[in-house]
Write a protein that binds this ligand. Structure first.
Ligand code: PEP
Length: 264
């Protein structure tokens, strides 16, 4: 059981490969018009636009004082070099990116990212002064044969092993069961809590209690304004990672407000 208020929830919007830079400017402005100071008093918020939008969104967030941190969806392992088509974590940091998603299930499944690659990216993000949001989650097949806990332990274990012990508490882990992403079938609060507790236990075994008590664990997978409050009330769920619903500024702000209600 975490000490109430010890971990500030993080609500993150993963825009995936949606919204061109003009649409992204509009979306960022829309968020700025809707978010009130009370909405972000107890909760951190980030948005993760496509790479082609990042500079435009940075200008809106900073120029218009929108209280939302800038995020990215992926990055290269190396800081610079002959890696055609890759995106440097150093260059993301220069654009004031604060959070980088690493190992999203779409990266793992569609682009072959292994636990080792994900761990190297976690390390690259930290090396560049940003916060990795390391995504982990079991497939439906793994869940049905009782392998969910084992799969989460190996994904989390690989990421934590790549991080100096003193930095583990600053990580964000996103528990995203693959069967819940984009399906409209969110995990129940009970299932999300159970998995997030397993993740925290894995961090505790690998890096100690201080790390486990500090690390923020989000739930992701078909999050909506209606299911957020119950999810974030779970003692080991420290926020949500939102895909589809984050493309609608009104819905995303309602999710931020629901997360705030859960911690008040
Ligand atoms: C995601 O993209 O990380 C995600 C959780 O998507 P959705 O909210 O649409 O299920």
């Amino acid at each position: 059981m975490n000490a109430p208020g010890a971990r500030r929830p993080l609500v993150s919007g993963n825009w995936k490969m949606h919204l061109d830079h003009l649409e992204a400017i509009h979306a960022a402005r829309d968020l700025g018009l809707r978010l009130q100071p009370a909405d972000v008093a107890a909760v951190d918020v980030s948005v993760h636009p496509p790479f082609t939008d990042i500079r435009s969104v940075q200008s809106v967030l900073e120029g218009e004082g929108v209280p939302v941190a800038l995020g990215a969806q992926n990055c290269a392992i190396e800081d610079a070099g002959a890696f055609t088509g890759e995106v440097s974590p150093t260059m993301l940091a220069r654009l004031h990116v604060e959070y980088v998603l690493v190992g999203h299930s779409e990266r793992r499944q569609l682009f072959g990212e292994t636990d080792e690659v994900v761990a190297a990216k976690v390390s690259a993000v930290l090396r560049n002064g940003m916060t990795p949001v390391c995504c982990v989650g079991e497939t439906i097949d793994e869940r049905e044969v009782g392998l969910a806990q084992e799969r989460l332990a190996s994904q989390v274990g690989a990421a934590v092993a790549a991080v100096p012990r003193a930095s583990v508490a600053s990580l964000v882990v996103a528990y995203e069961p693959v069967w819940a992403i984009g399906t409209g079938q969110a995990a129940t609060a009970g299932d999300a809590q159970e998995a997030c507790a397993w993740i925290r236990d894995t961090v505790r075994s690998a890096a100690g209690s201080e790390a486990a008590d500090g690390v923020r664990i989000q739930y992701g997978g078909s999050v909506t304004p209606d299911n957020t409050e119950e999810l974030v009330r779970c003692p080991d769920v420290d926020g949500v990672l939102v895909g589809g619903a984050s493309l609608d500024a009104a819905a995303f702000v309602e999710i931020v407000r629901a997360a705030t209600r859960a911690v008040r």
